[in-house]
Write a protein of this length. Structure first.
Length: 441
RNA sequence: CGGGGCGUAGCGCAGCCUGGUAGCGCACCUGUUUUGGGAACAGGGGGUCGCAAGUUCGAAUCUUGCCGCCCCGACCA
């Protein structure tokens, strides 16, 4: 992409509304614009990152055996009345009336809808297990939206739903998602720690929140330090292997302040105790027949009797992750994107537009990086160098190639690695090889 | 939902206390000189001062009501 042909409204000054780093940088880097409280327009740069995150989530869900679908944003109140949640949900649910005075709502989640859909087709235990997911915009009328997209009212969420014949089978589904979540966050350059979450009236040990550690996190967290160093499990093809990972990760202490047990935490060796702040980026839980029972979602088992379907749901806050990743990856100059979610792989800075040799070198690099699928952003604007450097640092592309007349006389360009700040002079060919090599890893 | 604050040009702000019809920086447009880390000079465009009512000869400024947004807390992916 040529910057002269892109829509990237960067701001030099920080908008007064933004207090935390991710919100500041997302506004300054021209990623989002607030339309009203907790509702954002996703500008091209922000939208690109959002889609990359969504795609990683999609790929890992598919690997876990989940099947993608799409449910509507607007739901009929009828499903919610059947489960009793229409009254239980409270003012966080945005209620709408259509021209025929029918009660609708903008969905805050989809358990009721998918349970209704599922029961209408499935009759036999032979049709189970099933795991379905979608990635869809949701709305919760938060009392106090804040922190930009991290706590918006409208947000993009991936939610998956599992359907099993009994609690033991549901546990197998849960492990699949548990492992998939560890791999999903690792691919985004994040270390997400699963922490025990409140299971409410369901009980049991099957509810976990996934948190990334960041100073600006909303929750206080306590965990064993070793959890923060564990590598992702990667793809596992047996239930036993997945269960082993689940046991490994949940055997060490990890809890948010609501579930914190100071006595248990005290049993963790002192040098392994970590108390920090975290951002919740996912939540998975098993809820059994909470919806299937009131909705009569049943299948006939091998015993000839009807059984309530045992369900679980698994959420990833996709739009929240955009902010969450920035909280974990930035410096005073701007964002530092992990390669996997960066909106462009590298930036090319033309320091002297109009100079024949510089223009030609930039075009050459642009063509070669494009051919290598690096998806470069070429700053071909007629701005001064300093402005280009500052802008490129702000939007945080992993690598920058700086092309100017001075270096070009020696046949060199400068390659800057955004994360380390390291700069090296090299030939154009070496620069291309270096960057394509970094992305091949 | 409790407590606090803000609304003046695209962005960041001053002016309000003590009423006299709006200003600064950045951004933007034109020109000249510049050009390797957010250039300098000169000229220029852009605002029903959130909305409404009231007080007054006169309201950005005082009064009342409404709307919007933010921050702290409680709550949530």
């Amino acid at each position: 992409m040529r910057l002269s042909n892109y829509f990237l409204p960067v701001l030099k000054e920080t908008p007064a509304d933004a207090t935390i780093a991710s919100h500041r940088f997302m506004l300054r880097a021209g990623m989002v614009k607030q339309d009203s409280a907790g509702i954002y327009i996703w500008l091209p740069l922000g939208f690109k990152v959002l889609q990359k995150i969504e795609q990683i989530v999609r790929e890992e869900q598919n690997k876990a055996g989940a099947v993608e679908m799409l449910m509507p944003t607007i739901q009929s109140a009828n499903h919610w009345k059947e489960t009793g949640r229409y009254d239980a949900y409270g003012p966080e649910m945005l209620r709408i009336t259509d021209r025929g005075d029918r009660e609708l709502l903008y969905g805050p989640t989809n358990e009721d809808m998918i349970t209704d859909m599922f029961r209408s087709y499935v009759r036999s235990y032979k049709d189970l297990p099933q795991m379905l997911y979608h990635s869809q915009w949701k709305f919760r009328d938060e009392r106090r939206p804040r922190f930009g997209v991290m706590r918006g009212r409208e947000f993009l969420m991936k939610d998956a739903y599992s359907f099993d014949i009994d609690p033991a089978a549901a546990r197998v589904s849960y492990y699949k998602q548990f492992v998939a979540y560890l791999n999903t966050y690792a691919r985004m350059g994040l270390q997400a720690v699963p922490m025990k979450a409140d299971t409410g009236p369901i009980g049991g040990d099957l509810s976990h929140e996934f948190l990334i550690l960041a100073e600006t996190g909303e929750s206080e967290v306590f965990c064993h330090k070793d959890l923060v160093d564990m590598p992702p499990p990667g793809y596992l093809d047996t239930d036993e292997a997945r269960e082993a990972v689940f046991k490994e990760r949940t055997s060490l202490y990890a809890a948010t302040d609501e579930m914190h047990d100071a006595d248990e935490f005290a049993k963790v060796p002192a040098d392994k105790q970590l108390s920090a702040r975290g951002i919740e980026v996912g939540h998975i839980f098993y809820f059994g027949d909470k919806y299937s029972a009131p909705m009569n979602a049943q299948v006939q088992g091998p015993d000839g009797k009807n059984h309530n379907i045992m369900m679980g749901s698994y959420g990833v806050g996709v739009s929240r992750l955009v902010g969450g990743i920035i909280e974990a990856c930035h410096d005073e100059n701007g964002i530092i994107w992990p390669k996997s979610v960066a909106p462009f792989g590298a930036g090319i800075i033309n320091l002297r537009k109009g100079d024949e040799a510089v223009d030609a070198a930039c075009e050459d690099i642009y063509a070669k990086l494009s051919a290598a699928n690096i998806d470069p952003l070429y700053d071909d604007k007629d701005d001064r160098g300093g402005q280009k450097f500052a802008r490129m640092d702000l939007i945080g592309l992993p690598y920058q190639i700086v092309v100017g007349p001075r270096g070009l006389k020696e046949g060199k360009v400068e390659v800057k690695t955004r994360a380390s700040g390291e700069k090296q002079d090299m030939t154009i060919e070496a620069a291309i090889n270096f960057i394509t090599g970094e992305f091949a890893e």
